[in-house]
Design a binder for this molecule. Structure first.
Ligand code: SF4
Ligand code: SF4
Length: 271
């Protein structure tokens, strides 16, 4: 890219990578253990079967036959060529990529085609500020959570905005040399997986849900609980929240405000 400040989030380092736009989280069962197993078997199958481009068809046939491809959203393609790129299974990525195949680019056989696969930069590249991209790259060491978080723009920018408002300026990546600060932020981002008020509907992913024919942005009916819209509403939607009563909203707000207060107090102590 000509802009030296443009940060590519897809494969930032040896500790993690993202495969969200290849449909990674679009399986009905997109739990960590299920995806690990799926990607592990694909990678093994690919390396056993594919010695030259003509072998890719057999790999695809066997993969499609072996796996459950039921999707969360029908309109998002789940690509059969996503696997692990390294023996340690720290990086997810494209098994057809030339770096995986001695320079031979085989992505032309894929659903999206070589050009789209090679040139795609998701909206996070444009909407998450550079310093926040650097922070995400610095604090994550886990492909599963990294991809889930970086593609949830509201979850990232709303949180860092609330912190910036309190410390009087944008957070700098260097702040995360302090492990305590890193752990506080990871507590928050881990709620993407462990949030206790998360809707269990399989057609929910962050603030979106799918009614069988189209995506819609979910909403929380605060009026039903006799409340104003929460100042944390965007975060609640990103966490796929579904509240049963007003006490749950109080508790959810308290969890997030406590995390932010803890961050700010720890940050101020280290200044
Ligand atoms: S979702 Fe975005 S960051 Fe992730 S692989 Fe696709 S383009 Fe890269
Ligand atoms: S072929 Fe394209 S969509 Fe499939 S894993 Fe590779 S980059 Fe992703």
């Amino acid at each position: 890219m000509s802009d030296s400040k443009f940060i590519v989030l897809c494969q930032p380092d040896k500790g993690k990578s993202c495969g969200a736009c290849c449909g990674l989280y679009n399986y009905v069962d997109s739990s960590r253990s299920s995806l690990e197993q799926r990607l592990r078997l694909r990678t093994k199958r690919f390396h056993e079967l594919v010695k030259k481009p003509d072998d890719v068809a057999l790999y695809a046939k066997e993969t499609l036959a072996a796996e459950d491809f039921n999707k969360r959203y029908e309109v998002i393609y789940c690509c059969e060529y996503l696997g692990f790129l390294d023996n340690e299974e720290k990086k997810v990525g494209c098994l057809l990529h030339p770096e995986q195949n001695q320079g031979c680019d085989m992505r032309d056989v894929s659903f999206y085609g070589q050009e789209l696969c090679a040139g795609h930069f998701c909206p996070s590249h444009h909407f998450i500020p550079q310093s926040q991209c650097e922070i995400l790259i610095k604090i994550f060491d886990d492909w599963y959570l990294y991809g889930l978080v970086l593609t949830d723009i509201d979850l990232v920018i709303q949180y860092f905005r609330l912190i910036a408002d309190r410390i009087g300026g944008e957070l700098k990546p260097e702040a995360f040399d302090n492990v305590s600060l890193k752990n506080i932020v990871l507590e928050y981002f881990n709620w993407k997986i462990t949030w206790p008020f998360r809707s269990l509907e399989t057609n929910r992913l962050g603030k979106y849900y799918f009614d069988g024919s189209q995506y819609m942005i979910s909403y929380i009916d605060y009026a039903r609980f006799g409340r104003e819209v929460s100042p944390l509403n965007a975060i609640f939607l990103s966490l796929s929240s579904s509240f049963k009563n007003t006490e749950e909203i109080d508790e959810a707000e308290m969890m997030i405000w406590s995390n932010i207060e803890n961050f700010v107090a720890t940050y101020e102590r280290g200044r």
